[in-house]
Design a protein around this ligand. Structure first.
Ligand SMILES: [Zn+2]
Length: 279
């Protein structure tokens, strides 16, 4: 039984840290998804590179739906992801810092946006898009691992791959955003629609346009990425200890029932088919 799924950004080669690893091709509806299964501290994990290949890929071309469908197939109910982000508030969320996201605002477009593409669908409750229990587990794990981490953060999801203008950064910060990135909203929405517990550890690697006199420095950027990946590994180590001991959950969450599933009726199916054929 897989107890924890991890969708990692390119720097988080977590599969190298596991024991008893196996490369697997998980069969989903129309293809397979490559992943690594293994153990860490007695906990069974499955690790998926977010873009499927671990090679650079623009965020709008990632097959987000395939990743979540593959995780569903493994039986895992918890999904933990990493996200490398820019800060919109350099004082509260300085470059090089980490946070556990608790909210998002979605500005993504022209990409996969929902898990539902077939006969069933649901209206996901997004009041708390990130699992409260998993977030608390991450914070406990970070404390034990002596990793400094901010306990909340509002993530602005944008399409990318381009960065923002200075005016956009001012607007996103004024709207309540703390950090900004390309992939987490889509991961989160689909996990939520699947009834999975989902949480993200975000690592700040850049400062939003217009908020700093310094231009982006590649060595600094890569250094932050490596640092975040190492700290993420420490957090996952402590989290898996808690999961394997079964000591983590204090109050069961409601993620599994947050998206009551409905089934399209025949008339709706015909309309959807007709709409699809005209595009
Ligand atoms: Zn949950």
């Amino acid at each position: 039984m897989t107890e924890l799924a991890i969708i990692g950004s390119q720097d988080v080669a977590l599969s190298e840290w596991l024991t008893d690893t196996t490369e697997v091709d998980i069969a989903i509806s129309d293809r397979t998804v490559r992943a690594t299964t293994g153990k860490l501290n007695g906990c069974n994990l499955v690790v998926l590179p977010r873009n499927g290949t671990n090679k650079p890929m623009p965020p709008h071309l990632i097959d987000y739906r395939a990743n979540i469908e593959a995780i569903i197939e493994t039986g895992a109910t918890r999904v933990l992801t990493t996200s490398m982000v820019g800060t919109l508030k350099p004082i509260e969320y300085p470059n090089g810092s980490m946070c556990v996201l608790d909210q998002f605002i979605d500005f993504t477009k022209d990409r996969q946006f929902s898990l539902f593409s077939g006969e069933t669908f649901g209206f996901a409750d997004m009041t708390d898009p990130f699992c409260k229990d998993l977030r608390q587990g991450i914070l406990r794990a970070a404390q034990r691992a002596e990793v400094k981490i901010t306990p909340n953060g509002c993530y602005i999801g944008v399409p990318g791959p381009r960065f923002e203008t200075a005016a956009e950064v001012r607007m996103y910060a004024a709207l309540g955003g703390d950090v900004i990135g390309h992939t987490t909203v889509t991961d989160c929405v689909m996990a939520r629609e699947a009834g999975l517990c989902f949480a993200t550890v975000a690592g700040v690697i850049t400062v939003g346009a217009g908020l700093s006199d310094h231009r982006m420095s590649a060595p600094l950027w890569h250094g932050f990425r490596r640092g975040h990946a190492a700290r993420f590994r420490d957090i996952v180590g402590e989290l898996t200890l808690e999961i394997s001991k079964g000591t983590g959950v204090v109050t069961p969450c409601t993620c599994a029932t947050s998206t009551p599933i409905e089934r399209q009726d025949t008339a709706m199916k015909e309309r959807a088919k007709a709409t699809a054929s005209t595009h």
